[in-house]
Write a protein that binds this ligand. Structure first.
Ligand SMILES: CC(C)(COP(=O)(O)OP(=O)(O)OC[C@H]1O[C@@H](n2cnc3c(N)ncnc32)[C@H](O)[C@@H]1O)[C@@H](O)C(=O)NCCC(=O)NCCS
Ligand SMILES: Nc1ncnc2c1ncn2[C@@H]1O[C@H](COP(=O)(O)OP(=O)(O)OP(=O)(O)O)[C@@H](O)[C@H]1O
Length: 208
């Protein structure tokens, strides 16, 4: 089974690319969706988050806006939150991979916003990075509710910059040129991976 890692900086189009992968029949594990489930009412992380960050849990669920305001302004607090969440997310990912192996899926994808930051590339055979010009990224992100330049700066300070993600990618998908362009590029990568025409061990592309 080939494991494709999908990542990219904020607003670069990970969710959109993940939806395209699913349309192409590739099962995708979404780390961010796993975090949402863990933080929802009854979620496995709610108790620990309530204990560590008291004012951020309301009516049994995490208030993500409030938690974001706390952790994106303080590196130590973000680390504390990650220490609660990342092992739980990893466990869900392992379950997903085990199920996919049992179903003999030839290709699956892991959508992980912090793939490089958490050394997730070591668990992937091929890494796809979604990327767009800075002005496109800013336009997408700054129109979101509750997003400010300060909040964005706090988030970006904790992520590998886009140019380094691009440099470490096996494939870069440009998302600033329209959906059709991205879909074509993703479809091409999926085809090559399914045909095993791209060597899946780091940077060596060996299309024959
Ligand atoms: C702090 C939380 C509640 C804020 O939620 P909110 O809905 O306001 O923002 P959202 O999740 O959409 O994140 C906004 C941007 O910040 C980035 N981001 C999220 N967590 C982190 C992190 N730990 N380090 C760096 N960037 C992060 C996201 O990739 C995204 O680009 C949430 O981001 C969270 O629980 N983060 C910790 C879990 C985590 O590490 N998730 C990312 C990988 S699975
Ligand atoms: N390939 C694409 N072509 C055109 N527009 C796109 C493309 N991908 C994403 N977009 C647009 O960019 C915005 C952000 O996309 P998306 O939500 O997929 O980003 P993301 O990387 O998942 O964001 P985050 O890092 O915050 O989770 C959306 O408005 C979406 O319509």
């Amino acid at each position: 089974m080939i494991v494709l890692g999908l990542t990219g900086s904020i607003g670069m189009g990970k969710s959109t690319a993940a939806a395209l992968l699913r349309r192409l029949g590739v099962p995708v594990h979404d780390a961010d969706a796993a975090v949402h489930r863990l933080q929802a009412r009854g979620g496995a992380a709610v108790k620990a988050i309530a204990a560590a960050f008291p004012d951020t849990v309301k009516e049994g669920r995490v208030d993500r806006q409030a938690l974001g305001r706390v952790v994106f302004a303080d590196q130590a607090k973000l680390k504390k939150l990650e220490a609660i969440l990342h092992p739980l997310v990893r466990r869900e990912e392992q379950k997903f991979l085990a199920q996919a192996r049992a179903r003999r899926c030839p290709l699956v994808a892991l959508d992980i916003p912090l793939l490089f930051e958490t050394h997730g590339e070591e668990r992937c055979d091929h890494v796809m990075v979604v990327s767009a010009p800075r002005r496109v990224q800013l336009a997408r992100v700054l129109r979101r509710r509750g997003m400010t330049r300060e909040r964005l700066a706090g988030i970006e300070a904790r992520q590998l910059p886009d140019r380094l993600k691009r440099a470490r990618a096996d494939t870069v998908i440009e998302t600033g040129l329209g959906r059709r362009h991205s879909l074509r590029a993703i479809r091409q990568t999926v085809r090559l991976l399914r045909q095993r025409r791209v060597v899946c061990c780091g940077k060596t592309a060996c299309e024959d």
